[in-house]
Design a protein around this ligand. Structure first.
Ligand code: PMP
Length: 404
């Protein structure tokens, strides 16, 4: 039996008040709150283990290294990667995407080569490719999105040419909630001799992701969106590709031997991890992954689906409200607008009721342009949200609408 009221006890912040009202936190796609076990893991490591990793012979350094490398193994099993050499720690999704754009771009792309993006990408999966276009003269092609928020898969399949080298797609849209068919997209990419990079920032917190089953070549996510700390993320990459890619940054940790004439690099994954890593963050992330798996990914998905359905049902009764993203199998986000109300006003008034939602372009301006709006309001759910919070949110929307 899934009991969100019990789960909420693990998250101290959820019991605080905002403007004298109970906090209703519905901005989970931006970042999630942290369970006590994650915060305590950070505190415990700083209080009793802290030392720089990999370089020390002393006890603490070895213990910190063991925790850091155990976290890598934990991520490997979480994603079902073949080896820990395929698990790179990064600062987050954005850094993972930039790493691939830079390093894959350096190794595999030259002028006139084509990269396919989708119209629902986050800026983090657009701008690095535009920077690469400036540097190398690559060509960017975009898969369109239809009115319901689905990718046009026929168009996708027709975008490939012999120059297509890479597909970059989000797994779940942070705006529309659309779950893209990444397995099918990977198959199409591979049959055209191209690779695929998956932005899993919005999927790993809500659904099981298996990199071998989906056969993606790269996949990246952020710790802070899956109840872990901010400042740590993961890039998965197939060893056969990472081996052929140059380092993204130079510095300590990533070298085998340095002379002024020539430097040789460390084996994977260290070749891509210059400088002192966030070894406290990696351990805390592994604790967050344990927490999620203990709660059960299927339980989380089922609970969030219930919240989403109930919220959608309540919102469809509000006159003038339009929901963006209407696919049946959606992630736990609802983006919307209400006629005659600026999303910013909506967000500000809900905030006064203690309800935290996000408003604006959601780092997806091309998608806003696609739907002909400046911005949208967005509510996003997590494992600790409740049906009564959905009621508070929908009541709040009705109240705000009546004010205009
Ligand atoms: N991609 C998607 C789909 C996202 O939702 C986000 C965060 N909003 C990012 C990338 C960027 O993540 P981060 O800021 O943690 O690097």
């Amino acid at each position: 039996m899934y009991l969100p009221e019990e789960i909420r006890k693990d998250f101290p912040i959820l019991s605080r008040e905002v403007y004298g009202r109970p906090l209703v936190y519905l901005d989970n796609a931006a970042t999630t709150q942290k369970p006590r076990c994650v915060v305590e893991a950070i505190m415990d490591e700083y209080y009793s283990v802290n030392a720089n990793v990999h370089r020390g012979v002393h006890f603490l350094s070895q213990q910190a290294t063991d925790l850091h490398e155990a976290a890598r193994e934990r991520v490997r099993t979480f994603l079902n990667a073949r080896s820990t050499g395929e698990i790179l720690f990064t600062r987050g999704t954005t850094e993972g995407l930039n790493l691939v754009a830079y390093s894959f771009g350096e190794a595999f792309l030259s002028e006139g080569d084509e990269v396919i993006l989708t119209a629902m990408e986050h800026h983090s999966n657009i701008v690095p490719w535009q920077i690469l276009r400036e540097r190398k003269g690559i060509v960017l092609k975009v898969v369109p999105v239809d009115e319901t928020g689905q990718l046009d898969m026929n168009k996708y399949e027709r975008l490939f040419t012999p120059r297509t080298k890479l597909v970059c797609t989000t797994h779940i849209s942070n705006v529309l909630g659309t779950v893209n068919p990444i397995r099918r997209m990977a198959k199409t990419a591979h049959s055209n001799g191209a690779f695929i990079l998956v932005d899993a920032a919005q999927s790993v917190p809500h659904t099981q992701v298996d990199v071998q089953e989906t056969d993606c070549d790269f996949l990246t996510f952020s710790g802070h969106k899956i109840y872990g700390p901010t400042g740590i993320g993961v890039l998965y990459g197939k060893e056969s590709l990472l081996d052929r890619m140059p380092p993204y940054q130079g510095g300590g940790e990533m070298i085998s031997r340095v002379t002024f004439e020539k430097t040789t690099y460390e084996r994977l994954p260290y070749k891509f991890e210059a400088g002192t890593p966030d070894y406290v963050g990696s351990h805390a992330l592994s604790v967050a992954l344990d927490y999620v798996e203990k709660t059960g990914m299927e339980n989380i998905a089922a609970h969030e689906h219930k919240l989403l359905q109930y919220a959608t049902e309540r919102m469809t009764h509000i006159p003038g409200l339009r929901i963006y993203g209407e696919t049946a199998d959606k992630g736990a986000v609802i983006s919307f607008n209400i006629d005659g109300i600026h999303p910013m006003d909506l967000g500000t008034l809900l905030d006064r009721l203690g309800i935290a939602i996000r408003t604006g372009h959601h780092c997806a301006q091309p998608l806003m342009q696609r739907f002909g709006v400046e911005g949208m309001a967005r509510a996003s759910f997590a494992l600790y949200n409740t049906l009564s919070e959905v009621d508070a949110f929908a009541d709040g929307l009705e109240r705000v609408r009546k004010m205009f």
